[in-house]
Design a protein around this ligand. Sequence first.
Ligand code: NAI
Ligand code: SF4
Length: 441
Amino acid sequence: MSKKLLLKDAHIEGIRYFETYRKQGGYTAAEKALKMTPEEILEEVKVSGLRGRGGAGFPTGMKWSFLAKPEGVPRHLVVNADESEPGTFKDRYLMEFLPHLLIEGMLISSYTLGSNVSYIYIRGEYSWIPDILEEAIEEAKAAGFLGKNILGTGFDCEIYVQRGGGAYICGEETALLESLEGKRGNPRLKPPFPAVKGLWERPTVVNNVESIAAIVPIIDITGAEYAKIGVGRSTGTKLISACGNINKPGVYEIDMTITVEEFIYSDEYCGGIPNGKKLKACIPGGSSVPIVPANLLLKTVNGEPRYMNYESLADGGFATGTMMGSGGFIVLDEDQCVVEHTMTLARFYHHESCGQCTPCREGTGWMHKILKKIEKGEGKMEDIDLLWDIQRKIEGNTICPLGDAAAWPVAAAIRHFRDEFEWHVKNPELSQTQNYGLANY
Ligand code: NAI
Ligand code: SF4
């Protein structure tokens, strides 16, 4: 059984409210942290090996140490709660059921970074959660854990919740900052990174909800103890939101030592695939990471089991960057059609492109058009090569990672499931009435 750090109290009735959270030991990590120096806390975070839980897996301690500290310029912590990656809903769960864990993590992080005004930028579609967060903020303030002179330390901290307007691109950290400043959410060129020039050109750390929540157990048990959980550079626990063709969709906390097979088939997690169907493929880290066929997903190319961690999921020669991604684990059974699935994703990325870069603005539209054509049985063999060519021209040629995120799923689908694309071309009539999965298994 995986160790639980974040969700250990999630089942307790009323844990959303300060009184119950406090009774369970809530805010003791904050009390401990406020007796430490910011440098000591930063060292604990570095030692913990915590990697950013939003998707990129960038070491949190390193990001914090990059924060510029020019004399007299305010600094900010911004929590990225614009969780919009298809298949990802772990931050929603944390904020809805354990808002004080986030607030406590923010207090410790704000103190460490020297942020007197911190923000939570939350996706517009999570319309019921800002009220939960604002209530928790008020409760924490009333108890002296936010506001002026917190616990007599002289440290002041206010937290504000800002609702997004429902654009996926505002989850990209610089687009988020533009939006928070009241402008259209267009990504900025990096560098400069937000750690140097962020919100209103001030040094800013942008961290995911889960990353900030993880600061609480790190201070609680120490960075060294946190680093002992997990394996290699995949330290601590990770929240996974599991969905698709599984018996038990939901949010699970894993310690990154379990195998993918165990995660899919064990009753503790996904509980297997409904109706005894075979596993076809999986997108292990949210829609931006490449789709992986079952044979590569359950075993590495060397025949070793594949584990649910950053290193193991990225290994195998099929991945570009991290495969753990945002922890949105999407399972496809044998009946699913990869072409249809890829087309749906292409439509999403086309719709969400902000339009600043030509390869992304035009390329996502073309990919969607061609995929639609192939899926409807109106494609030609050359269209598959054209699709491949377009995705290659997008990758690496755009301002922000949305371009790559749109290109990678298409590349992986063609690389691993070219036969399905060809089946649609060769069987125009069948592909209008049947999907590939149902027709071929
Ligand atoms: P990134 O790799 O560009 O940056 C990661 C973080 O490290 C950023 O905060 C960046 O500012 C910081 N950083 C990197 N190098 C730095 C340096 N030299 N100095 C200072 N700071 C530095 O990745 P990004 O754009 O933040 O995230 C991309 C990932 O987000 C994708 O891989 C995808 O998995 C994930 N994603 C998650 C979504 C969600 O809903 N959770 C939505 C869409 C994408
Ligand atoms: Fe906008 Fe796409 Fe360019 Fe990102 S890659 S800045 S979403 S056009």
